[in-house]
Design a protein around this ligand. Structure first.
Ligand code: CTP
Length: 399
């Protein structure tokens, strides 16, 4: 089994002196909650914005603030932290810090760590727009990118100065998602292209109404994240809203209807190694779409529906095909029939009415059936764990 996400990973969090330093506390907290060991390293100007005690309390570990403090791990062995790190994350990274990094300086705990580490480095710039856009900053960023540093672009919005523009520290979810992707870059799906579908499609009746189902998209989104975390290039075709941590490093194609999903899947699957259809595709759509809102002039309304194409069955691909079977009865028989009818390599069946399973739930209890007829009943697990269980089996099916 491959390493999953952030659990057990050593992350060095470098904080430099921007007002966005307070947001780094949220990032530290989320990393710790996800199971990572976080060592915080701060520049002298960072500690003027946020007290080291904040990070110490959140990470339960001492914070390095002084390169020459005889009590600090950095001074005892200034490369120890850097060597132990699985990734060095710098959030926020000021224009000044980026400049010093680009020039290979090592005169503060953060730049010293960057210079001493062999681990991947991720920087999250945060500064006023004019500083960010300045050719000097852009050149420094380019130089860092050429050296393999991963940049999480700042967002646009209201800045500390009161002005609006680019320069806000990226969303913490996006930062965490990027760290997960970077950590998994050499995973067992590295070099593979995986297409995942998610969510319940919406079949429009008129401009204000649609027919849909109870799918939340959680299982499909967990699969997309898990595949990314194992090194895959992921296309996520989804009918459900996508959060920043899911979207990080994933090519997200938002869709609404089954027909839209079909078109996106057909295009994405061309160069894919695997297609995982976790979406709850509506089997029927209204026969006609009314371009005006249907008025309540009649006592009854009969809606005529027509069949949607079966995406999984009709998609032409050499990719490994994995389907889901949402059932309420005769789980195994129905799932096996779908596996055969749709030409699948594997099908993941769940009883959507069982407690702790199916729609909207954070857990899922699934039965995995493969082509050879092997049936594996898994216990109820968080959807992220189910996703990894599915991928563990998918990896063995890839040529
Ligand atoms: N699927 C699809 N296109 C459809 C319907 C379903 O690609 N129009 C996919 C689903 O994403 C899933 C698998 O087919 O991976 C099985 O979907 P499910 O809803 O369980 O079964 P259906 O084939 O729709 O059959 P039924 O509704 O009769 O159970």
């Amino acid at each position: 089994m491959s390493v999953r996400g952030l659990a057990g990973r050593n992350i060095v969090l470098g904080v430099s002196g921007s007002i966005a330093a307070y947001k780094a506390a949220d990032v530290a907290s989320r990393l710790v909650q996800a199971g990572a060991t976080v060592d915080t390293v701060m520049t002298p100007s960072a500690i003027r914005f946020v007290a080291p005690l904040t990070f110490q309390s959140l990470t339960h570990r001492p914070v390095v603030t002084d390169l020459f403090d005889p009590r600090s791990e950095l001074s005892i062995d200034h490369v120890a932290l850097a060597r132990r790190a699985d990734a060095v994350l710098i959030a926020p990274a000021t224009a000044d810090l980026l400049s010093r990094m680009a020039h290979g300086l090592a005169d503060d705990p953060v730049t010293a760590t960057v210079l001493a580490t062999a681990a991947p480095v991720i920087v999250c710039p945060a500064m006023e727009s004019h500083m960010y856009r300045h050719p000097a900053t852009q050149e420094n960023l380019e130089r860092l990118v050429q050296r393999g540093v991963r940049v999480v672009e700042p967002a646009a919005g209201r800045l500390a100065s009161g002005q609006h523009g680019i320069g806000r520290l990226a969303d913490p979810g996006l930062i965490i998602g990027t760290v997960r992707q970077v950590l998994g870059r050499n995973g067992d799906l590295s070099g593979r292209r995986v297409v995942v579908t998610a969510g319940g499609t919406r079949e429009a009746i008129d401009p204000v109404r649609y027919i849909t189902n109870r799918s939340s998209g959680k299982m499909g989104h967990a699969l997309a994240e898990a595949a990314r975390d194992r090194g895959a290039a992921v296309v996520l075709v989804t009918a459900a809203p996508v959060g920043p941590e899911t979207a990080a490093g994933i090519d997200v194609r938002p869709v609404s209807s089954a027909l839209e999903m079909m078109a996106e899947v057909q295009a994405a699957v061309e160069r894919a190694d695997a297609l995982i259809m976790a979406a709850a595709v509506a089997d029927y759509r209204p026969a006609a779409f009314s371009s005006h809102k249907v008025k309540k002039t009649q006592d009854q309304w009969e809606l005529r529906m027509v069949r949607n194409p079966d995406i999984l069955a009709s998609v032409r691909t050499t990719a490994v095909k994995v389907g889901f079977a949402a059932e309420t009865q005769d789980l195994r028989e129905n799932a096996l029939a779908k596996l055969k009818a749709k030409g699948l390599h594997m099908i993941v069946a769940n009883d959507v009415t069982a407690p702790g399973s199916g729609f909207e739930s954070d857990t899922n209890q699934v039965t995995i059936i493969d082509r050879s007829g092997r049936v594996e009943e898994l216990p109820s697990l968080p959807k992220m764990d189910v996703a990894h269980e599915i991928l563990d089996r998918l990896v063995t099916l890839l040529p």
